[in-house]
Design a protein around this ligand. Structure first.
Ligand code: GLN
Length: 503
């Protein structure tokens, strides 16, 4: 940590930057624009206090948060390196095949593998092929759905499309019991969403304007970062995506679309949204915007309302992984969306967004490596919404807090209960799997406190049930037996000395 006391006249920029970027902030972060520009003008490593003050002043809010460790993942470097390990473990996954239903996608390199993350505080990290563009394919579906929700509201949208998992492959020729598409995350539903965007949102716009409008919205969600468009894939989809034509005409026959919808135009818009390009870096920001209730973490712009985001995440959770959605919800429990180009957008609400990309996909249409990454991530971290931190039998990590903070607060509770003689609370902590022998900063343990206060039942419980060591020393060299003697609790003294004698 940098010091800025009177004794320090100069500061090393290299060391300062190492600490700043170690927090997960990037030099390109829009919240550091002035800082980064001023930094570019400095040539020396050691700068004086005035220069340093001038450098950080315009962006002091974000810089000071970084140094006070106020971001959602305080120890970002350690977390990022664990995720890199997971990434590396997934290199061994060689299952799946590159999508071949259209010629252009079949050209993808199966070895490409990248991931990027962006937290709700804009902490960034990535590894592998994270700036190679891919077409978003079905990963565009949550975003087009979000734009439709913003304009038409949930009721407006859902009179046309359901909220139920289809239980079928993504492009199944099937509608729900009301003859509506099942949900906006499968092809039929997304084509329907395009018909709403085409006909009920800014009807005055031309096709090109409408696509540009959608892309602008998506790019805002990506914090203004990379977004492209792949015309070759578009032509390929348009010439060979016959299943989507079949779906669209089935829906036309069933009167699913708004009256004035033109099927060919709707399909063109749908194919176009599939052909929007992004890469892991920019897609991770989109996912982070969704994790952050619709506010882009790096620009602070409100891109979607929180109600929109809630609806989008709900359907990503139940329908985002095609007919693997139920299993994914079971194993991972987080909202996600995959696309046939091998991308996967994973949202950890109120924490961060992740974008993963590896072209080989399984029979459901989900990327094999990306799935493995999600599973490994959830095996290690307690991101599953139904995972209980306190009572879990297998302890998982929580990168949102320092483990020593967590431990400190637990120890304080334990000591308090022991001192108060609350044996019920001690029992509950023990059953929940807490280490009952932990000591505080001064080396005081629950047994010290229970002995000092003369709570024989607590002492017995700690010794016999929890099997804590009987003679730990605190920083003054006092053992629980010393406490019992000093505070004149003969029963406890007797019990502890007998127990110590008997080993
Ligand atoms: N363009 C693809 C299609 O319409 C998108 C589907 C997907 O990514 N699962 O078939």
């Amino acid at each position: 940590m940098m010091k800025s006391n009177e004794d320090v006249d100069t500061i090393s920029l290299a060391r300062f930057l190492e600490a700043l970027y170690g927090s997960g902030l990037r030099a390109t972060d829009p919240r550091l624009v002035e800082f980064s520009a001023r930094l570019g003008n400095l040539t020396e490593d050691m700068v004086d206090r005035i220069t340093f003050k001038n450098l950080v002043e315009p962006n002091i809010a974000i810089i000071s948060r970084a140094f006070r460790r106020k971001f959602i993942i305080p120890d970002f470097t350690a977390f990022a390196s664990r995720l890199d390990d997971i990434y590396n473990q997934c290199v061994n996954v060689t299952d799946g095949n590159v999508a071949s239903y259209i010629p252009e996608l079949a050209k993808a390199d199966p070895n490409c593998w990248g991931y990027a993350m962006c937290t709700i505080d804009g902490q960034r990290h990535s590894l592998g092929n994270c700036t190679i563009p891919f077409t978003m394919q079905s990963c565009s579906k949550p975003l087009t759905y979000a734009i439709a929700l913003e304009h038409l509201g949930a009721d407006g949208v859902h009179q046309y499309v359901g909220q139920e998992p289809s239980g079928r492959i993504f492009n199944a020729l099937a509608l729900d019991i009301d003859n509506k598409p099942h949900n906006p995350m499968v092809n039929a539903g997304a084509i329907l969403i395009c018909s709403l965007l085409q006909n009920l949102v800014h009807f005055e716009m031309s096709f090109e304007q409408k696509l540009a409008y959608i892309m602008q919205h998506v790019q805002k969600a990506a914090g203004g970062e990379f977004l492209g468009y792949n015309d070759d894939v578009f032509l390929s989809e348009k010439c060979t995506g016959f299943r989507n034509y079949a779906l669209a005409y089935l829906m036309k026959e069933q009167k699913c679309f708004p009256e004035m919808a033109d099927v060919e135009e709707v399909l063109s818009l749908y194919f176009s949204t599939c052909c929007i390009e992004s890469h892991c870096e920019s897609m991770s920001v989109m996912a982070a915007t969704l994790a952050n209730g619709g506010i882009c973490p790096i620009t602070d712009e409100k891109v979607f309302s929180s109600a929109t985001v809630r609806d989008v995440l709900s359907l990503m959770h139940s329908c985002g992984m095609y007919d693997y959605s139920g299993q994914f919800a079971f194993k991972v429990g987080l909202p996600a969306k995959s696309g046939v180009s091998g991308s996967l957008m994973l949202v950890i609400p109120n924490v961060m967004g992740l974008a993963l990309w590896s072209p080989p996909i399984d029979r459901h249409g989900n990327s094999c490596r990306c799935l493995k990454f999600c599973e490994l991530l959830l095996q290690e971290y307690n991101f599953h919404p139904y995972e209980h931190m306190g009572h879990a039998t297998i302890k998982k990590r929580d990168p949102r807090m320092y483990s020593h903070h967590l431990q400190e607060s637990t120890v304080l509770h334990l000591l308090f209960y022991a001192a108060a003689g609350d044996i019920g609370a001690l029992r509950r902590h023990y059953l929940a799997g807490f280490d009952m022998s932990l000591g505080d900063y001064d080396g005081r343990t629950a047994l010290h406190l229970a002995a000092a206060e003369g709570h024989l039942d607590c002492v017995k419980f700690l010794v016999e049930h929890c099997r804590v060591p009987c003679d730990p020393s605190d920083r003054w060299g006092h053992s629980p037996l010393d406490e019992a003697k000093g505070f004149q609790h003969p029963e406890v003294e007797q019990y502890l000395s007998t127990h110590l004698k008997n080993g």
